[in-house]
Design a protein around this ligand. Structure first.
Ligand SMILES: C[S@@+](CC[C@H](N)C(=O)[O-])C[C@H]1O[C@@H](n2cnc3c(N)ncnc32)[C@H](O)[C@@H]1O
Length: 255
């Protein structure tokens, strides 16, 4: 069974899914404004099909990106062709956030859309943060967001498939129905999600794992990885974090 977004169906429908589930224009504008203000080189970890990557690039930022999913990157490359952006392979690569490598350093490293949560062990979390720390310039900033864990939501089990949305295959116009079910591993703070893609001719299953993180836990992880200045906000307008804030929005610096 395929894992996370390393799947053809995910790559096909990701942009429709993102419109229904993502944090939308506020999230895009937040990252765009931050990296424009920082200037210099930017890196997007888990750039996917390039929803934010292309907007940031077309706003004049010297952005690079990588993703673990070749299927998502193939969609990004196709979009680059349509946008007539040449030499996209100089900016994009297939790598894993726990051990990615570049010969240069970045002024900003961004991890939008909760992608950091795909690190499902403390070792993966710390390896990723230490690797990011190594790839930032001295004044560089790490900027990321993930959802705030809500205890009442996390204890709910969903053992039967539930329909998420009716989508369309952009290549054939055939309907694709998306279903999901979830099992929570409370001890290890992991949500095990199973997705089902149903078309008129086939059904396909993929798995996804997401490890939720609490505020003070992430502060400790950042400090352990060497970050010195840490700010956390409760939304993309940088309002104060509250108990009922949906997102944790982080900006961390080496100095
Ligand atoms: C929620 S999507 C976000 C895509 C994009 N950043 C956006 O905002 O549209 C998460 C992306 O992270 C990628 N990903 C998951 N685990 C990864 C890892 N260990 N290293 C690199 N990319 C990863 C997935 O393949 C997927 O494309």
């Amino acid at each position: 069974m395929n894992y996370n977004y390393e799947d053809n169906f995910w790559a096909l429908i990701y942009e429709q899914y993102d419109q229904l589930s993502g944090c939308g224009i506020q999230e895009l504008n937040f990252y765009l404004n931050e990296v424009k203000e920082i200037k210099g080189k930017c890196l997007e970890i888990g750039c996917g099909t390039g929803i934010k990557f292309f907007q940031i690039l077309q706003n004049g930022v010297d952005i690079f990106g990588f993703d673990i999913s070749k299927e998502m990157l193939e969609v990004l490359e196709e979009k680059a062709k349509q946008l007539k952006i040449s030499n996209i392979s100089k900016r994009i690569s297939k790598q894993n956030m726990i051990d990615f490598k570049y010969s240069c350093k970045f002024d900003s490293i961004i991890i939008p859309n909760r992608t950091f949560l795909h690190n499902v062990s403390q070792k993966e979390q710390l390896d990723t943060l230490k690797n990011i720390h190594k790839h930032l310039t001295d004044s560089g900033k790490l900027i990321l967001n993930f959802f705030q864990p809500k205890l009442n939501v996390l204890i709910n089990e969903m053992e039967q498939f539930k329909q998420f949305a009716n989508l369309t295959n952009p290549q054939t116009n055939e309907p694709i129905s998306l279903y999901f079910k979830e099992k929570k591993d409370i001890l290890n703070q992991i949500i095990n999600i199973e997705w089902k893609f149903k078309t008129p001719n086939e059904e396909s299953l993929t798995q996804m794992k997401v490890k939720w993180i609490y505020k003070s836990e992430f502060e400790l992880l950042l400090k352990l990885a060497g970050f010195k200045t840490i700010e956390v906000f409760g939304d993309f307008d940088k309002n104060k974090l509250k108990t009922d804030s949906r997102e944790l929005v982080w900006i961390a610096r080496k100095t």
